[in-house]
Write a protein that binds this ligand. Structure first.
Ligand SMILES: NC(=O)c1ccc[n+]([C@@H]2O[C@H](COP(=O)([O-])OP(=O)(O)OC[C@H]3O[C@@H](n4cnc5c(N)ncnc54)[C@H](O)[C@@H]3O)[C@@H](O)[C@H]2O)c1
Length: 339
């Protein structure tokens, strides 16, 4: 594609759809938001108005059949992603799809086959790969700055749990929340996870347990390069969103701390303290959401491979399934047991 502006249609104008729609409309000059669809007409109209988009519909197919639309952003609920990817690919549209692609591997594989058949670009919404802190860690591994990676620690705690209705449809903590950390682990280490041993608990809200899910987890990962890692998750950290990483290599360590709204410290007669970290993903990862879309747009316009592929989307789900199996069966689970 050699013209300068990518015409984009957005499907799903909810929490994350608003973030992406705003970014395309205001901050990505090489892209133009030309259509918005949501089954909730008010949500679609509201976003379209804010982004000055004329084409608004409750019917995704109208956007997918629109010859003006060259690419779509799939920001609808997870249970609709795989079918929409298939439909978009068949219509020849390039696709950015939010995580996860689906909760089941058969649908994921059908969607990825449709993408391959159509030869369109598919990028999955693992935005943390575009965060400046984590990119710097990846660079330290890639360039050999800390030499051979040995140990990876990912701390990933939410400020508070989502509503129980969300938990019930989320696919469970590993496919909803830890999925970002599984992708981060593969990305930072630059190799595949081979085995997972997970412990899970319900410590935040018994209703989460009654819904068959966990709210607290510790996961040990064995990587193909022989390194080991941990992921520490909790649905509630009273001090806010806790997103830290440390990677130890044979020639040193690299770590990233939380991001804060300011750098001020207050010293009084009792303590030295500061404000809490940025509260949740909307604030903490704002910039990464913009950069990931910019990357998608550039990939399509210049015919480059996307920085996060459909296979990356699939692998994070596979590792998540292995983690759940590990909790259920109380044993380490090899990734090749899942598929
Ligand atoms: N990358 C991230 O950090 C991140 C953050 C939040 C959400 N997400 C993902 O984004 C997706 C949406 O999450 P959300 O929090 O924005 O949810 P949400 O419920 O706020 O928004 C979803 C929107 O999609 C609409 N919708 C549902 N089914 C539809 C359909 N078939 N056609 C058109 N519109 C439809 C709903 O009416 C709603 O407006 C989920 O898959 C979630 O996992 C990713």
């Amino acid at each position: 594609m050699n013209h300068k502006t990518l015409k984009i249609g957005l499907l799903g104008a909810g929490r994350i759809g608003k973030v992406h729609g705003n970014h395309v409309a205001r901050f990505i000059p090489e892209a133009e938001l030309v259509a918005v669809a949501d089954v909730d007409e008010a949500a679609a109209r509201d976003l379209a108005k804010k982004c000055r988009v004329e084409k608004v519909t409750t019917d995704n197919t109208q956007v997918l059949r629109d010859p003006e639309v060259e690419a779509v952003l799939i920001c609808t609920s997870t249970d609709t992603h795989a079918a929409l990817i298939e439909e978009a690919a068949a219509a020849g549209k390039h696709i950015f799809c939010e995580k996860p692609i689906s909760h089941d591997l058969e649908s994921i594989d059908r969607a990825l086959m449709a993408v391959a058949r159509a030869g369109v670009t598919l990028q999955i919404g693992f935005n943390r790969r575009f965060d400046a802190n984590f990119r710097r860690i990846r660079r330290a591994v890639e360039t050999g700055e800390i030499a051979e990676p040995r140990l990876l620690h990912i701390t990933s705690r939410d400020p508070g749990p989502p509503p129980i209705e969300y938990i019930q449809r989320s696919g469970g903590i590993f496919l909803d929340m830890t999925i970002h950390d599984f992708d981060m682990a593969r990305y930072l280490m630059g190799c595949e996870v081979e085995e997972v041993f997970a412990y899970g608990a319900v410590k935040v809200d018994p209703a989460i347990g009654e819904a068959g899910d966990l709210d607290t987890a510790l996961i040990v990962l064995k990587f193909a390069n022989g390194a080991i890692g941990t992921i520490d998750n909790c649905r509630q950290a009273v001090y806010g969103y806790d997103q830290r990483v440390e990677l130890l290599g044979s020639n040193g360590a690299i770590s990233a701390e939380n991001n804060y709204p300011n750098t001020a410290t207050i010293s009084d007669g009792l303590t030295v303290h500061r404000d809490l970290p940025l509260n949740f993903f909307m604030e903490r990862y704002t910039e990464s959401f913009r950069v990931e879309l910019e990357s998608f747009v550039q990939a399509v316009l210049h015919g480059r491979a996307p920085e996060v592929t459909g296979l990356d989307g699939r692998m994070a789900v596979v590792v998540g399934m292995a983690a759940r199996k590990s909790v259920d069966e109380g044993r380490p689970v090899r990734i090749d047991e899942i598929g």
